[in-house]
Design a protein around this ligand. Structure first.
Ligand SMILES: [Zn+2]
Length: 100
């Protein structure tokens, strides 16, 4: 992990193509998807233990939220989200929406 290199242009809403996928998603490699500013919350981890905000579908206030710009990735590989001008970004299934 580390700080994002500055200056930076966030471009926090993203449209792209699925390049890799996990086991628990309906998205297929090659699907065109959009991702909003919010790329994950405790809801996205698939657990039943949701915070009060996620229970109210207000994930933008979730203490475990992950956004597409300047957020550290959780788990194993490290790194930090760098917005929509990057080649690849990791997001949870619930936060990627099929696009035409
Ligand atoms: Zn939450």
């Amino acid at each position: 992990m580390g700080l994002l290199k500055r200056p930076a242009i966030p471009r926090q809403e993203i449209v792209g193509t699925v390049a890799a996928r996990g086991d628990k998603t309906d998205h297929q490699i090659g699907d065109r998807v959009g991702v909003g500013y919010l790329a994950s919350s405790c809801r996205g981890t698939g657990g039943d233990d949701l915070c009060e905000w996620c229970k109210k579908d207000e994930g933008r206030f979730c203490p475990k939220k992950f956004v597409t710009f300047d957020s550290p990735y959780q788990g194993g590989r490290g790194g930090i989200s760098e917005g929509g001008f990057v080649d690849r970004i990791r997001v949870y299934d619930d936060f990627a929406f099929k696009s035409k």
